[in-house]
Design a protein around this ligand. Sequence first.
Ligand SMILES: Nc1ccn([C@@H]2O[C@H](COP(=O)(O)OP(=O)(O)OP(=O)(O)O)[C@@H](O)[C@H]2O)c(=O)n1
Ligand SMILES: C[C@](O)(CO)[C@H](O)COP(=O)(O)O
Length: 236
Amino acid sequence: MNSPYSIADWWAVVPAAGVGRRMNGERPKQYLELNGHRVIDHTLHRLGSHRGLRGLVVAINTEDEYWSAPKVPVALETVPGGEERCHSVLNGLEQLAGRADDDDWVLVHDAARPCLRAEDLDALLSELAGHPVGGLLGLPIADTVKRTDSRGDVLETISREGLWRALTPQMFRFGLLRQALWAALEAGEWVTDEAAAIERAGYRPKMVEGHGDNIKITRPQDLPLAALYLAQQEEA
Ligand SMILES: Nc1ccn([C@@H]2O[C@H](COP(=O)(O)OP(=O)(O)OP(=O)(O)O)[C@@H](O)[C@H]2O)c(=O)n1
Ligand SMILES: C[C@](O)(CO)[C@H](O)COP(=O)(O)O
């Protein structure tokens, strides 16, 4: 079957070394049960079974006692996570050094986003296959946006024109992303996503609209919502 995009192969880095403070669970949220499997297993199966994936690097917390590799049809290796997500991602990129060419595409996807649709992954790969910089999945903001002070009093309403929520995967070429992330971290800028490092380097990542069910499991109420989304996707 002709793949919907011209990318022959790509790599994936999955930051999975968080402790899930905001989830306040009995274990890190990527290991919580979700519709009969662990959150991380859903994520790795959705990435790992996608055509063209050449290798999968998962950043795991060095204190982690829960990790075990799921069976996925692609080479999976682990690296130690870092202090923040950006450090974990960079550790994953360094693991690919010597194997990934500078022009190879690398997709970075949060372990905590198990509901990623194959169609959204295809859309990202198709839209960005020939793009000079790369980009990310996102959602245009549909609510009115307010800025408040530390007491929660509204200071202003911010125009939502052109405002998006950044999701993952975020997809950039190996050499550019590695260099941009190193530069950001060396400047003490612990970026919260890969696109911010690319922007900081003077480039403009392309936003590709995804689906709203690609949520990041962050707080307790996110888990039942993710279960609902997975069940809906499986019924579709
Ligand atoms: N040092 C870190 C911190 C986070 N992550 C990963 O980055 C993704 C998004 O991070 P987030 O939702 O913030 O996860 P946590 O850091 O675990 O959550 P919290 O901030 O509530 O502790 C998650 O898959 C998480 O495992 C990581 O690999 N390394
Ligand atoms: C990468 C990300 O999921 C894009 O929205 C987000 O920045 C992760 O932030 P977190 O604080 O590490 O969850």
